[in-house]
Ligand binder design. Structure first.
Ligand code: PEP
Ligand code: MG
Length: 580
C-alpha cells in the first residue's frame, strides 16, 4: 500500500480503477522546414484547420449547455472567439513566414509561447492555460495528430478514476459523467474553467499528485477527498476502514435528505444563516430548489461580460426584476459592478497602465465610469418595486474607507433624482447598504465602515491575495495553506467581533465558505452568516447540519491535523488558542 499526499479540492471518498490520461503531443508532432514557395500552401492549411476547429466547437456549445448549464457553453463560446481572433491567425502565419516551418509546428510554438507568458504570472491567468491547451489540441487534431488519450479504459462502460496531469474543458466533456468516480490531477486551479465543470460531477477531486510518475492504468486506488490523499493498492484492513467511512457518508446524505429543509442553529440556539452566491442568470432557477436564507451575493459582472456593449438600463431591469421576483420574501444582496482585472468588460477603453495595475476597482471605478454605475443603480431601484414583497440590498465592492462608501452612495442618490426627473414618481424604499470587506485596509477600518452601512460581506478570495501579496488561485498558496491562511482566520475573527459589537451582520461569501471542513473553525471565529456557491450549497448545509448535531472535538481535530499538520492534542490546542 502507498499513500500519495496531494491537496483536496472536492471532498468525498471513491474506490476504483485508475484510467490514466497521457499527453502524446510532443512525440507525434511533425516538425519540418518548408521552402518559401510552400508558404501559401501552409497558410491555406492553417485556414482550413481554424475553420474545422471552429466547426467542431460549435456543436459542443449546445451539448455543454445541455449537460452542464450555461456556464459551460460560455467556456466554449470563449474558445470559439479565440479561434476567430485575428491575433492568433497573425501570430501563427507570421511564424510560418519568418521561420519557414510547417503549420502544425507553428501552432504548437505559438501556443507554447502564450502558455509560457501566462506561466510567469500566477493565479487567475494561470487558470487560462488549460483553456489554451484545449484550443491548441483542437487545432492539432484537425491534422489527425493524436494529442493525448486514456491508456485503455476510457470510462465508456466501466466507472473509473480519471488520473491526468491537467484537465481541459473538452476532456471533461468527453468523459461520461456517470462513469467517473473521482479525479486525480497534477495541476489544478480552484477557479479554472475545467475544474468548475469537473466539480459539477459531484465526485471527489484531489490535485497535486505526480500522476504520470506515481500511477499506472488499471491500478486500484482509493481517493480520499477529505484529506487530499490517494491510497494505492490498499490492504484488506484499510479497505474495510474506507468502506465504513463511505457507508457513514451515505448515511449522512440520507439524514440531510430528511432534515435538509430545516434552518440551522448552534447548540445555544444562535441561528446560522446560509445564503447562496449567484454568478450567472442560469443559477437563478437552480436556487429555487435549495433551502437557502437568501442570495448573499449576486455578482452582476456576468451582465457586463457578455456581448460587445454595455447592458442597457432596460436589459438590467429585466434581469434584476426576474431574480427579485423569484426570491420574493428573501433577502437578495446585489453587488454593484466589480471591475477586476479578470472580469473587466472587454469593450471598455481602459488605459493599459491602469489595467495592469488592477486599479480600476471600487470607488475608483465609479469615478472613472460614473454613467455605468448610474445606469445600473437606476435599473436596480426600478426593479425593487414598491408593494412587492422584495428585500433587495445593495453591496459596494472593494471599499477601503467611509469615503468610498459615500462615492457609491452618491450614485444611489443621483439615480433617485434622475428617475424622479424621468417621471418615475415614487418614494424609493430605504434600501439597505452593505460593503465588501476584501482588503486588509477594509479589515482595519471594519468599525468605521460598519458604522456607515447596514451589513458587511467578507470577500475572502480577494482578501487572501491582498494579504499574502500573491494572486488569486495561485497554486503555491493553495498547496501550502489551502486557501485558509492563519492571518485570514485572525482577520475573520476581528471583523466578526466588530459586527457583533455594532449589531451588524457580517457574512462570509468567499470560496472559504464553500469548504465544509472549515466550518468548525469559522464558527469558532464567531461567524454566523455564510454565502456559498450554488453547486456546493446542498452539501455544505448537509455537513453543517450533521456537524451542528455532533459539534465535537474530533471534527476540529481532523481539520487542524489535515490542514495545519498538527500531530498532538497539545499542538491542536495551541492552534485554537492562537485564533479563538
Ligand atoms: C471575494 O473576493 O471573496 C468575493 C466574494 O468576490 P469575487 O470572488 O467576486 O471577487
Ligand atoms: Mg472580490
Amino acid at each position: 500500500m502507498k499513500i500519495l499526499k496531494g491537496t483536496k479540492l472536492v471532498p468525498g471518498i471513491a474506490e476504483g480503477i485508475v484510467a490514466l490520461y497521457v499527453s502524446e503531443i510532443e512525440k507525434l508532432l511533425p516538425h519540418y522546414s518548408i521552402k518559401s514557395s510552400q508558404i501559401p500552401v501552409e497558410l491555406d492549411r492553417l485556414d482550413a484547420s481554424l475553420r474545422r476547429a471552429r466547426e467542431t466547437i460549435e456543436p459542443m456549445i449546445g451539448v455543454s449547455h445541455k449537460e452542464f448549464r450555461k456556464e459551460a457553453s460560455e467556456i466554449f463560446s470563449v474558445h470559439l472567439s479565440i479561434l476567430r481572433d485575428q491575433k492568433l491567425l497573425n501570430d501563427i502565419s507570421s511564424l510560418i513566414r519568418t521561420k519557414r516551418i510547417n503549420v502544425e509546428h507553428a501552432i504548437h510554438d505559438v501556443f507554447e509561447d502564450y502558455i509560457r507568458g501566462y506561466q510567469t504570472k500566477e493565479g487567475h491567468f494561470n487558470e487560462l492555460i488549460n483553456d489554451l491547451i484545449d484550443i491548441r489540441n483542437r487545432l492539432l487534431e484537425t491534422f489527425n495528430i493524436p494529442t493525448g488519450g486514456f491508456q485503455s479504459f476510457i470510462g465508456e462502460s466501466q466507472p473509473i478514476i480519471v488520473a491526468t496531469r491537467y484537465l481541459t474543458p473538452s476532456m471533461v466533456l468527453k468523459i461520461q459523467r456517470r462513469n467517473v468516480l473521482a479525479f486525480i490531477l497534477e495541476e489544478a486551479g480552484i477557479t479554472s474553467h475545467a475544474i468548475i465543470l469537473a466539480r459539477s460531477y459531484g465526485v471527489p477531486i484531489v490535485f497535486g499528485i505526480e500522476v504520470e510518475k506515481e500511477l499506472q492504468c488499471g491500478m486500484e486506488a482509493i481517493v480520499e477527498g477529505y484529506k487530499g490523499e490517494v491510497i494505492i493498492n490498499a490492504g484488506k484492513k484499510e479497505k474495510e476502514y474506507y468502506h465504513r467511512k463511505m457507508q457513514r457518508i451515505r448515511m449522512r446524505r440520507e439524514l440531510c435528505e430528511v432534515a435538509g429543509t430545516q434552518p440551522l442553529y448552534m447548540k445555544d440556539r444562535q441561528r446560522i444563516t446560509m445564503k447562496v452566491n449567484v454568478s450567472t442568470p442560469d443559477e437563478f432557477n437552480a436556487i429555487s430548489d435549495l433551502d437557502h436564507d437568501g442570495v448573499g451575493l449576486l455578482r452582476t459582472e456576468f451582465l457586463f461580460m457578455r456581448g460587445g456593449n454595455l447592458p442597457s438600463e432596460e436589459e438590467q431591469y429585466e434581469i434584476y426584476s426576474k431574480l427579485l421576483k423569484q426570491t420574493a420574501g428573501k433577502q437578495v444582496t446585489i453587488r454593484l459592478l466589480d471591475m477586476a482585472m479578470d472580469k473587466m468588460p472587454p469593450y471598455l477603453e481602459i488605459p493599459q497602465d491602469r489595467k495592469q495595475a488592477d486599479v480600476v476597482r471600487g470607488a475608483l471605478a465609479v469615478e472613472m465610469f460614473p454613467d455605468i454605475y448610474l445606469t445600473q443603480v437606476k435599473a436596480l431601484l426600478r426593479a425593487d418595486c414598491r408593494g412587492c414583497n422584495y428585500n433587495m440590498r445593495l453591496l459596494y465592492p472593494m471599499v477601503s474607507d467611509p469615503n468610498d462608501v459615500r462615492t457609491f452612495r452618491d450614485v444611489v442618490e443621483e439615480a433617485k433624482k434622475s428617475l424622479k426627473l424621468e417621471g418615475v414618481e415614487r418614494d424609493f424604499k430605504n434600501i439597505k447598504e452593505g460593503i465588501m470587506i476584501e482588503t486588509p485596509a477594509a479589515v482595519m477600518m471594519a468599525e468605521e465602515l460598519l458604522k456607515e452601512v447596514d451589513f458587511a460581506n467578507i470577500g475572502s478570495n480577494d482578501l487572501l491575495q491582498y494579504t499574502l501579496a500573491t494572486s488569486r488561485g495561485s497554486p503555491k498558496v493553495e498547496k501550502r495553506y489551502h486557501i485558509f491562511h492563519p492571518a485570514i482566520a485572525k482577520m475573520l475573527r476581528f471583523v466578526a467581533e466588530t459586527g457583533k459589537e455594532l449589531n451588524k451582520e457580517v457574512c462570509l461569501c468567499g470560496e472559504i465558505a464553500s469548504f465544509e471542513e472549515f466550518y468548525p473553525l469559522l464558527l469558532k471565529l464567531g461567524l454566523r452568516s455564510f454565502s456559498v456557491a450554488v453547486s456546493r450549497f446542498a452539501d455544505i448545509k448537509c455537513e453543517l447540519l450533521y456537524e451542528l448535531q455532533n459539534l465535537h472535538e474530533s471534527s476540529e481535530i481532523d481539520m487542524v491535523k489535515n490542514f495545519y499538520g498538527a500531530k498532538s492534542k497539545e499542538e491542536i490546542d495551541s492552534f485554537f488558542r492562537k485564533f479563538v
